[in-house]
Design a protein around this ligand. Structure first.
Ligand code: A2P
Length: 339
């Protein structure tokens, strides 16, 4: 099995390598890929040193799987070229997620939709993955009518430049324009501005939560609205999630359903002040759910607090789980490119 990691020098790329090592995929050939700036740079994988290669060299090597985390424009340009060479691309950017011909996959929820002909598979947005992990079992049981989400998102979701901006500001240094990932300081600040503003006055991140959730859960009728906020936090994204169901629910059953969901862990022991927090979600693969309580202002309403490491389940782990599913179900290697 030949596996390429595209964007290997980036934040998500680095975590992807770690997750690939941990989960012990049967990789014979590892191909680290980044921009022309990084070609030749050393990358460690399973204790061995590799040199970063260019996109062109990676395509020529015809990997079975290429996991991309190198930004939307790189994916738009290169994912089809890899696919044409017979590679199955798992893409972490937003480039293909809403393409009706591409699957948007959270393995625990909809990996069964994958077929051998899917040559470009989209990994959802980090804040969407943790949201749908908590919502999917509840949607199945009670039907989601409306969901209101407020996010508290780690700056690590913006990539290496944002981490450097935070570190400089924390040291008391004022970064110059070229060193800033955001319009404003992120240290000791909250930015209600994740990704770009759109014509409807929402941010692209907020609309990803709306549109990607509907696509993954396969239900365009779910009402969703979001406010996405970038916070000076390292370990993961947190979400306040207010839900209204179509049917009545029992809070004990909600807890049971969430507790039985693979990949979800309940942390909700108020007597001991236990609830999910990004500091403790860091480096973990689970989605942590707590503060589970009835919304007393409306019928069939529920409040949740959902936390996950955005670089792991929100990006790298989810992508590697897709690769695992493809391998386990023999969906890579032989197919002709159809998309
Ligand atoms: P490079 O380090 O050579 O710039 P992050 O989101 O953490 O900033 O990481 C982005 C990743 O995407 C990096 O590995 C970066 O490589 C890679 N990348 C950016 N542009 C391209 C490109 N045009 N082709 C291949 N890789 C790219």
């Amino acid at each position: 099995m030949k596996v390429a990691v595209v964007g290997v020098t980036g934040l998500v790329g680095t975590v992807m390598c770690r997750v690939l090592e941990e989960r012990n995929l049967p990789i014979d050939t590892f191909i680290p890929v980044a921009s022309a700036r990084s070609v030749g740079k050393p990358v460690k994988f399973r204790g061995e040193q590799y040199a970063v290669v260019s996109m062109e060299d990676a395509i020529a090597a015809r990997p079975d799987i290429a996991i991309f985390s190198a930004g939307g424009s790189t994916s738009l340009e290169y994912a089809p070229k890899f696919a044409e060479a017979g590679t199955t691309v798992i893409d972490n950017s937003s480039a293909w997620r809403m393409d009706p011909g591409k699957k948007l996959v959270v393995p625990e929820i909809n990996a069964h939709e994958l077929a051998e002909t899917d040559k470009i598979i989209a990994n959802p947005n980090c804040s969407t993955i943790q949201l749908v992990m908590a919502l999917a079992p509840l949607h199945q049981a009670y039907g989601l009518k409306r969901v209101v989400i407020s996010t508290y998102q780690s700056f690590t979701g913006t990539g290496m430049k944002a981490v450097k901006q935070y570190q400089l500001e924390k040291k008391g240094y004022e970064p110059d324009q070229a060193e800033m990932a955001y319009n404003y300081p992120i240290f000791e600040n909250c930015l209600p501005h994740c990704d770009i503003f759109l014509e409807n006055d929402y941010t692209k991140e907020e609309m990803k939560l709306v549109n990607e959730t509907r696509k993954i859960l396969g239900d365009q009728a779910i009402g969703l609205t979001a406010t996405a906020v970038r916070v000076p936090v390292h370990g993961g994204h947190s979400e306040s999630v207010n839900v209204e169901f179509h049917t009545a629910y029992d809070i004990g059953e909600v807890r049971r359903l969430l507790a039985e969901t693979p990949g979800v862990e309940i942390v909700d022991n108020l007597a001991n002040n236990q609830y999910p927090m990004p500091l403790f979600a860091k480096d973990k693969d689970s989605v942590f759910v707590g503060r589970i309580r009835r919304d007393e202002s409306t019928e069939n309403g529920l409040n949740l607090w959902v936390v996950a490491d955005n670089l792991r389940k929100g990006a790298a782990t989810n992508a590697v789980q897709i690769a695992e599913y493809l391998l386990q179900h023999r969906l890579v290697g032989k197919a002709q490119a159809t998309s």
